[in-house]
Design a binder for this molecule. Structure first.
Ligand SMILES: NC(=O)c1ccc[n+]([C@@H]2O[C@H](COP(=O)([O-])OP(=O)(O)OC[C@H]3O[C@@H](n4cnc5c(N)ncnc54)[C@H](O)[C@@H]3O)[C@@H](O)[C@H]2O)c1
Length: 226
């Protein structure tokens, strides 16, 4: 890269952030004034929210089981936070009510194929588009009533956001350097290597978005970025 970007930010750019901006901008091509629902508000979901906000979405509903995600989500553009634990109503029904007929775009950012079905059900008839980003650890098959597709909804996926790394990533880094996109807030913790188990705990209990681990310097092998 011809310009100077902090090494840590290059790392964050390497996957989660550009993937999700790409999912919002290139894959879904979110249009101004549209209604968006995002399932899962980790780094992936928050970056999709940022992409949707920058595209001028009028409503961005974030769904997450962890109440702690609410505040950060609002900072990334989420307009309505929904915790499935707070309602007995099926989530697609809640989304349908909040959006007045279903979302124009739904993003699955958890890695749960059951949620892919929920996302598809939360879209509107006619043109509702579901983009699946999560990578499931179990049950890879997606099941859905054929009528959802027959009624004009589309299901697609996004891996790495559809960017051409060599020609397009530098322009994203430039946007970050000009403070047009928010990235620093995705790094919530910085720990030395000896505390790596704490980092895993933080990741598992959901208090952490991205944690940077500092490796001890070994003589003769200077760390990248130094
Ligand atoms: N497609 C790609 O290019 C790409 C790139 C990076 C990561 N991923 C995948 O995206 C997914 C998300 O990554 P992340 O780093 O944001 O993960 P994360 O664990 O930080 O975030 C997931 C969020 O989903 C929430 N969640 C879990 N189960 C839920 C449920 N049933 N209902 C509502 N919310 C629920 C969690 O509370 C958490 O906030 C992972 O599967 C990851 O492997 C895909």
């Amino acid at each position: 890269m011809e310009f100077s970007c902090p090494f840590l930010m290059e790392m964050v750019f390497s996957i989660p952030h550009h993937t999700c901006l790409g999912a919002a901008w290139k894959v879904a091509n979110i249009s101004e004034g549209s209604k968006v629902v995002i399932f899962g508000l980790g780094t992936v979901g928050l970056s999709v929210a940022q992409g949707a906000k920058m595209r001028g979405a009028s409503q961005i509903i974030g769904v997450d089981m962890m109440q702690e995600k609410c505040e950060k989500a609002k900072a990334f553009g989420v307009t309505d936070f929904l915790n499935p634990k707070d309602t007995d109503e099926p989530i697609p029904q809640v989304i349908n009510r909040l959006t007045g007929g279903g979302a124009d775009y739904a993003f699955e950012c958890i890695g749960d194929t059951g949620m892919v079905t929920t996302a598809l059900q939360s879209c509107c008839d006619g043109w509702g588009l579901t983009v699946t980003l999560g990578v499931p650890k179990q049950k890879p098959e997606v099941t859905a009533h054929f009528g959802l597709l027959l009624n004009g909804r589309t299901l697609t996926g996004s891996l790495f956001g559809g960017w051409k790394p060599k020609s397009e990533i530098p322009s994203l880094v430039e946007m970050y350097l000009k403070k047009e996109i928010k990235l620093d807030d995705l790094i919530t913790h910085t720990l030395p290597f000896k505390d790596i188990n704490t980092a895993f705990d933080l990741m598992k209990n959901g208090t952490c978005l991205r944690c940077v681990i500092h490796m001890p310097e070994i003589e003769g092998f200077p760390m990248a970025g130094n």
